[in-house]
Ligand binder design. Structure first.
Ligand code: FE
Length: 252
């Protein structure tokens, strides 16, 4: 899949970099996003170790390493963090991640933890540069206990991490979700098993509804736009998932 500019104005772009393969057939494909403003860039979920060279090559089509002003990790999983050591070597960018994961990340072999910024549970504004702010908003327990989303008020795109993620079968490859009902089979099982509970989902949906969101861009699979944004929020707010479905035997 080619890079897609999800939003583009004279000085601001929100780009979906190539959805990259992990190099092993059975790994999960993941999206990397690059937000650009007046020549500065922020990378969202740069990906695992195997995809790092390709993500870098794609990024270099837009900016050099010195123009990368920040990296945001939505949570602690290997498909997000696995390549971070190399990014730390190549750039001066600070790395934003939930504060609750800071003490676990050194186990990825990361040196330079002083470059990490622990995002508080209530979220924060990442002031990238004058005129370029990103809102780091809480999305805890969906699925990670410390997950952050990124809302870009200029493009009105919400990067949602694992929320809304889809694993498409090989014969399906579409960039945008326009028909939510047709898309539902590719997200339902994942959300029922990985998302913590309806309470967490509902709190997140209410937060998102207060933002002005045109697109929801997940870490895996196509991007929701138009009516599909509203349809996804309606569905997710009612979903029984995670511990809601646990039986006394411990199964879900
Ligand atoms: Fe994850």
């Amino acid at each position: 899949m080619r890079n897609i500019a999800l939003f583009s104005s004279e000085n601001h772009q929100f780009i979906l970099l190539n959805e990259s393969e992990p190099g092993e057939e059975d790994g999960v494909r993941s999206n990397q996003y690059l937000v650009l403003h007046d020549g500065d860039g922020v990378l969202l979920d740069p990906g695992g170790f195997g995809v790092m060279p390709r993500v870098l090559a794609e990024m270099l089509r837009y900016i050099g390493p010195q123009q990368l002003k920040g990296i945001v990790l939505s949570h602690q999983d290997p498909d997000i963090v696995g390549g971070i050591s190399t990014w730390l070597d190549l750039t001066d960018a600070p790395v934003y991640v939930s504060r609750i994961w800071l003490r676990f990340l050194p186990h990825y072999g990361i040196r330079g933890m002083h470059r990490f910024v622990g995002v508080p549970d209530e979220g924060m504004v990442f002031e990238v540069a004058p005129g370029f702010d990103l809102q780091l908003v809480p999305a805890h327990f969906l699925h990670s206990e410390g997950q952050i989303n990124v809302y870009d008020p200029q493009s009105r795109i919400l990067f949602s991490g694992d929320i809304g993620a889809a694993i498409l079968p090989g014969d399906q490859n579409y960039a945008y979700v326009d028909d939510f009902q047709a898309h539902l089979p590719y997200i339902e099982a994942f959300h029922r098993r990985y998302m913590c509970s309806n309470r967490a989902a509902r709190i997140w949906v209410n937060m998102v509804r207060r933002l002005d969101v045109d697109m929801i861009a997940p870490q895996h699979g196509p991007v929701y736009r138009g009516q599909a944004v509203k349809d996804f929020l309606d569905w997710f707010s009612e979903l029984q998932c995670g511990i809601d479905l646990m039986t006394d035997s411990g199964h879900v």
